[in-house]
Design a protein around this ligand. Structure first.
Ligand code: NAP
Length: 453
């Protein structure tokens, strides 16, 4: 496995894969660590997580550089990613004990309560697009709950995988409570089937999720899946159009468009379509792509050339079927690591831009007559991760968010963001289960009923 800097196309490092027996040995060591870790108190785990916060803060510069070099994220976004990891560690350090406190329930017994006990070692299969955040979003609650973890990271970010393992060590956590497995997707089956692995969480594409869920199902192990999305944003006639255009472009371009909750489809009622189109295209075109290290760069390179080719293929196939390009839609001659901000319109069912996730800086515009038609198009997708609605009427916005749009999270007059305090996850082919908040930490625990006569 190799890490390639997508901006320079130079190989950063080659990594030797773990063999089957090395993988088995690591899992055994992590299981041994679990036997002691599960006996630590919440107070002890809290202090370890706070030490992780310190390490993340102290090492922010080098860790953000690693993200930038391995997958091309612009430096300032990479710094924010590390800061967010510190936030989630602090959040669970401060709230984990309360989230997992006994819940007393009245029954016929003299005493009955629910206790939340750790399950054991959880396998995390993670993607490259937020190579630290996705891992910490799993790791902080897992550790706080008394679980241990092994990570199979995306093949192109093994440097990040090993850096997270080292960070846990630097923070002084007991040896082997968290380990990285340098393995490919094809080796995940043996890991899930290992009796010492108690559950699996995967963040990644829908096909990867289906495969992992099928394996976990065959051995009856709990799984949580955070998968792809094609998030729709509904822009209504009473919205602040200039503000909506700014937020929508920012939501589409974050991480060079490589975000599961990146806004992807913009559904605009016809009364304000032209106004939104003009403001939105202006915002998209003004975003500068270039060296991720430069402060003025908005869009870094795409993480891998094959992903850029796949995206360009989806754009070209949509155009071949009748979609039109307002801007972008080409691979630049001067630097083929990038894909320029692209806006498509005249999109119909059957086109990739209608049916699939476009994982890059490509926006799809839809003109609709009414709110109802907009909601219908928004929901006409296999995905259900995030969604947005822009309107000056907050009651109308809340009603559409609550009852209209089929998604795991809907934001009114803002773009969808993950936040440790709020549950995060999808429905339909965007996955199941929730991360973050109280619900996230309760995914991988034994919800144990105790009844005393
Ligand atoms: P991916 O190709 O599905 O890879 C994700 C992880 O799964 C990688 O570690 C990958 O390993 C592994 N994997 C792939 N196929 C597998 C299989 N059949 N069995 C077991 N493991 C398998 O996705 P990606 O390109 O890294 O990430 C982009 C996708 O992730 C997008 O669809 C995005 O929407 C989604 N995503 C979702 C969320 C969310 O919270 N819902 C967050 C971020 C990203 P290899 O690298 O070795 O193939």
């Amino acid at each position: 496995m190799k890490s390639i800097n997508p901006f320079t196309n130079k190989v950063i490092e080659n990594y030797k894969e773990h063999t089957g027996s090395e993988t088995k040995h690591i899992i055994k060591e992590v299981d041994v660590a679990f036997q002691s870790w599960k006996k630590t108190t919440f107070e002890e785990r809290k202090n370890y997580l706070l030490e992780l916060v310190n390490q993340l803060t102290e090492q922010k510069e080098s860790l953000s550089n690693l993200i930038m070099y391995e997958m091309g994220k612009v430096k300032k976004e990479a710094i924010s990613e590390i800061e967010k990891c510190a936030w989630v560690c602090r959040f669970y350090a401060e709230n984990g004990a309360q989230f997992l406190d006994r819940e007393v329930i009245e029954s016929d017994a003299s005493e009955s309560f629910v206790s939340f006990q750790p399950l054991g070692t959880v396998l995390a299969v993670m993607p490259w697009n937020f190579p630290f955040w996705q891992v910490f979003r799993f790791l902080a609650p897992a550790l706080m709950a008394g679980n241990t973890g092994v990570l199979k990271h995306a093949s192109n970010v093994q440097g990040c995988s090993l850096a997270i393992e080292k960070l846990v060590r630097d923070a002084g956590l007991p040896e082997n409570v968290f380990r990285s497995l340098l393995i490919r997707g094809s080796a995940v089956k043996q890991v899930i089937e290992n009796p010492k692995i108690k559950a699996v969480t995967l963040t990644g594409s829908t096909p990867a999720g289906k495969s992992v869920a099928a394996i976990a199902g065959s051995v009856l192990k709990k799984s949580v899946l955070e998968l792809g999305g094609s998030d729709p944003y509904l822009i209504l006639e009473d919205a602040d159009i200039e503000e909506a255009a700014k937020l929508c472009a920012a939501a589409r371009l974050l991480n060079a468009g490589q975000s599961c909750i990146g806004a992807k489809r913009f559904i605009v009622v016809e009364r304000v379509y032209d106004q939104f189109r003009e403001a939105f295209v202006k915002e998209m075109q003004s975003a500068k792509y270039g060296n991720p290290e430069d402060a003025e760069t908005k869009i870094g390179p795409m993480a891998r050339h094959d992903l850029r080719d796949e995206l360009h293929g989806q754009v070209s196939a949509s155009v071949a079927k009748g979609a039109s390009i307002i801007c972008g839609g080409f691979i630049p001659d001067d630097n083929d690591s990038f894909y320029p901000p692209t806006v498509l319109e005249n999109i119909e069912p059957g086109m990739p831009a209608y049916e699939e996730e476009l994982f890059g800086p490509v926006a799809s515009l839809f003109k609709v007559k009414t709110e109802e038609e907009g909601i219908k198009i928004a929901n006409d997708t296999i995905f259900g991760l995030g969604a947005g609605v822009f309107t000056a009427d907050l009651e109308r916005g809340k009603k559409i968010a609550e009852k209209g749009l089929e998604a795991g999270c809907v934001f009114v007059n803002d773009f969808v963001k993950s936040d440790p305090r709020l549950p995060f996850g999808g429905i339909k082919e965007s996955g199941y289960g929730r991360e973050l908040s109280l619900l996230g930490i309760r995914e991988f625990v034994n919800i144990k009923t105790i009844s005393v006569k």
